[in-house]
Design a protein around this ligand. Sequence first.
Ligand code: AMP
Length: 132
Amino acid sequence: MCVFCKIAAGEIPCTKVYEDEHVLAFLDINPVTQGHTLIIPKKHADDFTQCPSYLVARMHGIARKLAKHYDGILKPNGYHFLSNAKTAAGQSVFHVHFHLIPRYDATDGLDFAFRGTERHKLDPATQKKLHL
Ligand code: AMP
């Protein structure tokens, strides 16, 4: 059983902030900002590419509710909502989870920025192929 399955089963403690039949949310053990929260499905899937869409939608809904709730308590100025899928993307726990990360200001401790560059631009033929 993976570590998040053990948390969902109550075998490993966590600081729970939300629970229903399908979804659990708890504070990250190693928070990158105050209120850093993980939202997981109770049923195991390795990452969001493997997780049924209805559960991803449900986790998104819970993230929105938690964000509104945190607004009144932690008073952040913004949020990240993201999920790392697979090692190349930095995933370290292979049970799908979404990070809800409150942001306060540029000095809140998290250095996260998209620094786009010209060299990542796709040629037009490849761009066309990407259309699903
Ligand atoms: P990722 O690197 O996207 O897979 O994120 C995994 C996250 O899980 C990290 O932010 C860890 O700090 C967090 N984490 C790992 N084990 C636990 C745990 N037992 N309780 C709470 N958070 C955890």
